[in-house]
Design a protein around this ligand. Structure first.
Ligand code: GLN
Length: 557
């Protein structure tokens, strides 16, 4: 018996999802992530539902196992995936939370393909690098579009064209474009050097990069021409001619003071219109950039200065200072300062420097001191010295994650006078483990199962009324993102509280100490948080605790 074919319901045709890929040409470090974020921001401001993804070429399954001095900050998504700092930029420019499907590495893609093979999901076929790896990438891109209900998906491909590492991701672009011609646009973020010896802007490296990309079957539709100064008409014409793009699709992207100016700069060259045209989308609706412009104008100087010192261990790399490692922290301070109409002056101080107590008096020049997250033993004596100094000298203090754990430890040592107190992370044999390993983490540590196994992502906390925290948040319950293995040891809470430390934020079951603070009568602002509030600070929505810290820093004598 033959079945009657099911009558298809006639529904209005769904407009096709559009895909924009951003690839790098010439060299890394030209701000491809910020370019992607800015494009996302502009298309969103034109009324589109946009989501942004990053494809990272590393074998690491996630960014959690990469040393921040090599890879930059580890950004934790709401659902707990440890990702690249570009994901933070996307969230900040889009003012939205992104799910873990929006981030992938070579390692995670291969792991999934191999797992499917083990589960016989390929039905006995040979599983091959091509097409199975690009297909996995494409299926994730489509899934991300679905999850976000996005009509435009931005996908940033890590690395630069011509590398072995990202070749399969570029093949994914080619393949998706061949299946969906008209729905895929490719943007190359390139760099135009101005060699000092001749003082002329050179287009040749960009031409080479476009040719290299062309050899993979992919051509750019738009070229973002990064350079020290604006790209002139003559060079735009040259790039257009030799790279086979329309002259109006060469977008000038000179260096700017602040990355938040970039969407506005792009609009001077009508980048969003060029992209919409490329994708066959209507261009009538103009960008609504009111809120963004207001934020940007608030970020321009002319205000009172607030000086914040960030004391961390990851700042030095050879002769260079790396502030990328704490990117979200720095941005969070800025957003709050702008909101308060203050100009933030942020200094990066290596904690090792404060192992010598003579250097502590340098801290007097700062209005506030922040110790961000960290791991391991390096620089912790310096951090403990700093915390003791700012506690005693009543300099506003904000401790994040390790910065909270060390604040609790410092209090235990120097106020409660618990001798031989430590954190289990550093000295598991110490008599008093004021900071101990979380129960559920013991097995992971014993089995060396370290990748993606910390307490990660968003968890709720309950705030005690009247505390600095609850006044800042104006809420009884909050949700914040975490990344840690250790916690305040519950056995010491009574002793710590008896001497004046207050645990003003706890997990709903009361088991985990999420916020520690000193009462305002004792100190103008001394707050430590077990979570990472910086991950949820946004330009258009600054984080209340950062705002409270910056305000207290500005107001303290
Ligand atoms: N090393 C500490 C822990 O694992 C703090 C982690 C952090 O600062 N992100 O608990």
């Amino acid at each position: 018996m033959t079945k009657k074919p099911k009558q298809k319901k006639t529904t209005a045709k769904q407009p096709a999802t559009k895909y924009i890929f951003i690839v790098g040409g010439v060299m890394s470090g030209v701000g491809k992530g910020v370019a992607s974020s800015s494009i996302a921001n502009l298309l969103q401001s034109r009324g589109h539902k946009v989501t942004a993804m990053k494809v990272d070429p590393y074998i690491n399954v996630d960014a959690g196992t990469m040393n921040p001095t090599e890879h930059g900050e580890v950004f934790v998504l709401k659902d707990g995936l440890e990702t690249d700092q570009d994901m933070g930029n996307y969230e900040r420019f889009l003012n939205t939370d992104l799910p873990s499907i929006n981030y992938m590495t070579t390692g995670s893609v291969y792991q999934a393909v191999i797992q499917k093979e083990r589960n016989l999901e390929y039905g006995g076929k040979n599983v091959q690098v091509v097409p199975d790896i690009p297909n996995e990438v494409i299926s994730r891109i489509k899934k991300a579009a679905k999850v976000a209900k996005a009509d435009i998906v931005l996908i940033e491909i890590g690395g630069t064209v011509g590398e072995y590492e990202n070749i399969l991701f570029i093949e994914a672009i080619r393949s998706l474009k061949s299946d969906h011609p008209g729905d895929v646009a490719v943007v190359m973020a390139s760099y135009l050097p101005v060699p000092g010896s001749i003082g002329e802007m050179k287009t040749k490296p960009t031409q080479h990069a476009v040719r290299t990309l062309g050899s993979t079957g992919v051509r750019p539709d738009i070229i973002i021409a990064r350079s020290k100064v604006a790209v002139d008409r003559k060079r735009k014409e040259k790039i257009a001619k030799f790279c086979d793009v329309k002259v109006e699709n060469v977008i000038s992207a000179p260096d700017v003071d602040s990355i938040y100016d970039i969407p506005l700069h792009y609009e001077e060259d009508q980048l969003s219109t060029r992209l919409l045209e490329t994708l066959g989308l209507p261009t009538r609706k103009k960008a609504d950039l009111k809120a963004w412009k207001k934020f940007v104008s608030g970020s321009k100087g002319g205000h009172d200065v607030v000086k914040i010192a960030v004391v961390g261990k990851y700042f030095s790399s050879g002769d260079f200072v790396l502030s990328d490692v704490y990117l979200s922290v720095l941005e969070a301070i800025k957003f709050s300062a702008y909101k308060l109409k203050l100009t933030p002056e942020i200094s990066y101080l290596p904690s090792q420097h404060f192992e010598d107590k003579k250097n502590l008096k340098n801290l007097k020049k700062y209005d506030g001191v922040l110790v961000p997250g960290g791991f391991g033993i390096t620089g912790i004596e310096g951090k403990l010295n700093v915390i003791e100094y700012v506690r005693k000298n009543k300099i506003p203090y904000f401790g994040i994650c390790y910065g909270m754990q060390l604040a609790v430890l410092e209090f235990a040592k120097n106020v409660v006078k618990i001798k031989n107190a430590s954190t289990e992370e550093i000295n598991p044999k110490a008599d008093h483990l004021v900071i101990g390993v979380m129960d559920e983490q013991r097995e992971n540590i014993a089995e060396n199962n370290m990748g993606g196994t910390m307490r990660l992502g968003a968890y709720p906390a309950v705030l005690s009324s009247g505390s600095i925290a609850s006044k800042a948040y104006r809420a009884k319950e909050i949700v914040e993102r975490h990344r840690h293995r250790y916690e305040v040891n519950p056995n010491y809470i009574e002793k710590l509280e008896a001497r004046g430390l207050r645990f003003s934020g706890k997990s709903p079951d009361g088991r985990l100490m999420e916020i520690a603070e000193l009462p305002v009568e004792d100190h103008p602002f001394f707050v430590g948080v077990q979570f990472h509030p910086e991950l949820q600070a946004r330009p258009l929505d600054p984080h209340p605790l950062f705002t409270a810290f910056v305000k207290a820093s500005y107001e303290a004598d």
